[in-house]
Design a binder for this molecule. Sequence first.
Ligand code: ZN
Length: 209
Amino acid sequence: MKDSRWIDATMRTTQRYAGAEPPNRWVPVLGRPAGGQDGPDERDAMPDEDARITDADRDRLRDAIVVSARARARGNHPFGAVLVDPAGTVVLEAENTVVTDTDCTGHAETNLVRLAWRTIGPAALPGYSLYTSCEPCAMCSGAIYWSGIGRVVFAMTEGRLAAITGSSPENPTMALPSRVVLASGQREIAVRGPALSEEAAAIHDGFWR
Ligand SMILES: [Zn+2]
């Protein structure tokens, strides 16, 4: 039985997206034309959120992109995330570790959530922001939700990533915007992105195919 708070949250989500494109357009992967010819720009429906993302946000996103490059250099998938405290200081960072840990859940954001929960604790995390080189997938968005981290800023969208990874069996990218996942809960979590999409995507050059 769903209680009224759940229903209210669901209604808010439904109303938010009723009749309007989600902020970063949801393009079902299975609905892509044969051959996956969608161009990155076409799949990146929303331009960079320049008005809502500060220069400090961009600096932290670049930190996450640097971590994504390091993940690639270590033999993992090129994704990275950093956690920033209320004063704007990077306090934790995490790379993708899917290959080296033989762990399909070793996404950068989920790794960061595990680390944050252990080292900072849930009481303080609503004041922290998670910056990531790519929009969190449904699993990572769920992990962020359960962590209580209060704000997410991402570089390129999941749709942009799907255009890059194509049908790669190593990364069958999902098509579920993090905003939709995070707006479905009972906590308010701010989501900002995309921004610096080109810089984030560059780390993936030649990696997936
Ligand atoms: Zn993920």
